[in-house]
Design a protein around this ligand. Structure first.
Ligand code: FEO
Ligand code: CA
Ligand code: CA
Ligand code: CA
Length: 742
């Protein structure tokens, strides 16, 4: 049962599918106009129209701050300042917060959700994850409970429901007594169903009630709301792909349902108080062993574009339980054609994953709804623009894989503030019909949204894939975006809309690969302008190693617009890097790499949180969280990046013109937290008074080389001693009871 380093590294290489690349299209860029947007937080919560006056900026890229008229809310942001001492980079196995702050673990992997469930032993023997917190905590959201305790109050501080994503079940196998029996590739023994069932149940979402105690919160284990959604929960398929022939399975011959939600990464929340959990690296879970000739040309093209090869077993080998168990609960992970008809097998099952899934936290009996109108890809998250009465709603989404796209969905229905408490019925109204767009970032700093529909001739007449209908366009949204000509990005992760000025921010975590990385095989462009080599203690990585954060302002201050103006808010870098790499002037107090989580506080308009999922700067610091007070599109200006020895340019230097926001001094960007070893910091939410924030520490010790030998663990956080490391939600408060960060 002993594992060695090469075993673990080969597993990790095989299963981290976001590191793979499946975009072989030729898309790049062209040209257009500019503008900007603004709506307040109250507009989002109450559906009101507190639109501040818009200022028209004129043409071209003369976006100096002098040309920007400042509205009232902008003035609010500019008077804020960060009030905490920056946390130093460090590689200690501990969670570091600023002096005067306290971080406490609220809910870790395996912790009970019910009063009658035993404490988690953390030795691999607890098998009842359906009544425990899942693993790999990722995005989460705080939903205040009203005084009656039966519905949503956006301003409720005394009681609340936390909705927490559990992206995966960690790969080391800490949830099993002696590690996994075998995640193995082909020719391995079948897996014990007890292990598969536990891993399936450790995925999904936790809903848990929290209650205020002093200036912090505790879990209410007697709450009727506490529940789990897992990779086995029955889900409804809604929107245009419902009842599509491409969704038919033996589980649902009518194509109306599927079982489970998977790889729940980032999230979103709606103006009607429901949770959106998003399916990211689902493709790696499926077994498919068949000749491509067994499938149609369209099916093979789709499998290739989403990364489901014809000789794969899935990251945990879930389709292969003990020989006596071939029930659908396991067979459903096999997306090969094994029966005579699609109603007899699971050839289409992969089409039922990759969606935004709506969950009503206030109604534990409501079935999760897969919203197919928002498209199928490696959904990082789904973030709403402020709801404006009488206007369509807009949701932004990113596809996290190298060279993939940024999307937005615009609802057909216009927002009626009376829907703010209608739960899933409002979801049915706004999320099942609308237009999905993909983003094109032009080299002149303008951008446009390309509609993904058969009425777009580039899609209807696409030579590389023959779309059957609008459902097919959504199921294969990646291919539709290829056809439309969207811009390949450096791995889109989280997005967010500034409550101060309506500008939209998206993290692009990095793009490094000898086979497809930026500047190596994928051309540089203005929106993805960097190629450089970074030396991490002798290991050299090349491409966009540290990532960046792009932002844009929609035309006419309207999130439903089809034109926008962009710049790069921040470039990640070592503070010691060359000026052509450290383009944002980062210092020791705010140097970061691989931005992933990004979230605008609503309690403190103008405060932006950034979180990292990094493997490049980790010789100098564990992953971290930073607080920022961003400016606006155009507050810096045009800049020429000189990239050295770019492979795609015959190893010659290549100058790329881009647009960079103002330099980020520690006054406006400052490190707030550093996590324990080998973790990712991801997921953040807050109490409505801004006095408590909730942050997730994901997979501390993920590079451990044994599941049971403590000397081989790289972290023992949070329990310490010889304990197996666990993911956890932490709650951070100020010792003086004040507002966090400012
Ligand atoms: Fe699950 Fe792209 O992070
Ligand atoms: Ca992420
Ligand atoms: Ca990431
Ligand atoms: Ca992770």
């Amino acid at each position: 049962m002993a594992k060695n380093n090469s075993f673990f590294s080969s597993i990790k290489n095989a299963i981290h599918s976001e590191d793979a690349v499946y975009n072989t299209s030729n898309n790049d860029s062209f040209d257009q106009v500019l503008e900007r947007a603004r709506v307040s937080r109250r507009g989002f919560l109450k559906g009101g129209s507190s639109l501040a006056a818009a200022s028209v900026l004129g043409m071209g890229l003369a976006l100096g701050t002098d040309s920007l008229k400042k509205g009232g809310s902008q003035a609010v942001a500019s008077t804020r300042s960060l009030s905490f001492s920056p946390v130093a980079k460090n590689i200690a196995d501990t969670l570091t917060v600023p002096p005067g702050y306290t971080a406490q673990v609220l809910l870790a992997t395996g912790d009970p959700l019910k009063a009658n469930v035993t404490p988690y032993k953390n030795d691999g023997t607890d098998n009842d994850f359906d009544v425990r917190a899942g693993d790999h905590h990722d995005a989460m959201h705080y939903f205040g409970l009203n005084r009656a305790g039966n519905g949503w109050d956006p301003n409720g501080t005394d009681r609340a429901l936390l909705a927490i994503n559990h992206e995966v079940c960690e790969d080391v196998g800490f949830v099993h007594p002696n590690g996994p029996t075998d995640y193995g590739p082909e020719n391995t023994n079948a897996r014990p169903t007890v292990e598969i069932d536990k891993e399936v149940a450790a995925h999904g979402v936790t809903i848990v009630e929290i209650v205020k105690q002093g200036n912090t919160y505790e879990i209410n284990r007697n709450s009727r709301f506490n529940t789990r959604v897992t990779a086995a929960t029955r889900c409804q398929i809604t929107g245009p792909a419902r009842r599509s022939a491409m969704m038919v399975t033996a589980f649902s011959p009518s194509g109306e349902q599927t079982r489970g939600t998977l790889n729940n990464c980032a999230n979103g929340y709606t103006p009607w108080g429901t949770y959106l959990t998003c399916e990211e690296n689902w493709a790696g879970y499926f077994h498919r062993r068949e000749e491509d000739s067994a499938r149609t040309a369209n099916e093979v093209a789709s499998f290739k574009r989403y990364g489901i090869g014809n000789a794969t077993s899935g990251r945990y080998n879930w389709s292969r339980p003990g020989a006596n168990d071939r029930t659908d609960m396991y067979r459903r992970w096999d997306t090969s054609k094994t029966g005579a008809r699609p109603q007899q097998d699971f050839r289409n099952v992969a089409n039922t994953f990759g969606w935004v899934v709506e969950i009503d936290p206030f109604n534990p009996n409501a079935m999760p709804q897969k919203r197919t109108a928002i498209g199928r890809f490696a959904h990082e998250g789904c973030w709403a623009a402020p709801a404006v009465a009488g206007q369509s709603l807009t949701f932004y989404s990113g596809d996290d894989a190298r060279n993939e796209y940024i999307f937005k969905f615009v609802s057909a229905a216009k927002w009626d503030p009376r829907d703010a408490n209608r739960g899933m019925a409002a979801g049915d109204k706004y999320l099942n019909e609308g237009t999905l767009y993909a983003a094109k970032f032009n080299d002149d700093g303008s951008g446009e949204w390309l509609p993904l529909t058969l009425s777009n001739p580039a899609i209807a007449n696409y030579a590389d894939y023959d779309f059957a209908d609008e459902a097919d366009v959504l199921i294969n949204a990646r291919i539709a975006a290829d056809a439309a000509g969207a811009t390949k990005m450096d791995r889109p992760e989280w997005g967010g809309v500034s409550p101060v000025n309506g500008e939209v921010y998206f993290t692009l975590t990095n793009n490094v690969s000898s086979s497809s990385g930026r500047g190596v095989r994928t051309a540089l462009d203005a929106a993805n302008p960097r190629y450089f080599a970074d030396d991490k203690d002798g290991k050299v990585s090349s491409g966009n190693v540290n990532g960046h954060i792009i932002r844009w302002r929609e035309a006419g201050d309207n999130h439903t617009a089809t034109r926008f103006t962009w710049d790069v808010y921040l470039f990640g870098a070592r503070s010691t890097a060359d000026a052509n790499v450290n383009l944002s002037g980062l210092t020791e107090e705010n140097a970061f790499s691989s931005p992933d989580g990004l979230w605008f506080s609503e309690a403190v308009p103008g405060l932006l949180w950034l979180q990292t999922d990094d493997g490049y700067m980790t010789n100098t610091s564990n992953c971290m969280m930073l607080a920022a007070l961003p400016g606006r599109v155009g507050d810096g200006g045009p800049k020429t990046v000189l990239n050295k020895s770019v492979p795609i340019n015959n190893n010659a230097d290549q100058a790329v013109q881009t647009y960079v926001g103002q330099e980020a001094s520690p006054t406006v960007l400052r490190r707030f937290l550093v996590g324990p070893r080998d973790c990712e910091i991801t997921g953040i939410t807050e109490s409505p008074d801004g006095k408590a924030i909730f942050v997730n520490i994901q997979h501390p010790g993920e590079n451990s080389t044994s599941a049971y030998d403590p000397t081989q663990f790289t972290s023992h956080w949070p329990d310490g001693g010889n304990a197996r490391p666990r993911s956890a939600t932490v709650i951070i408060t100020r010792n003086d009871g004040g507002t966090i960060a400012v």
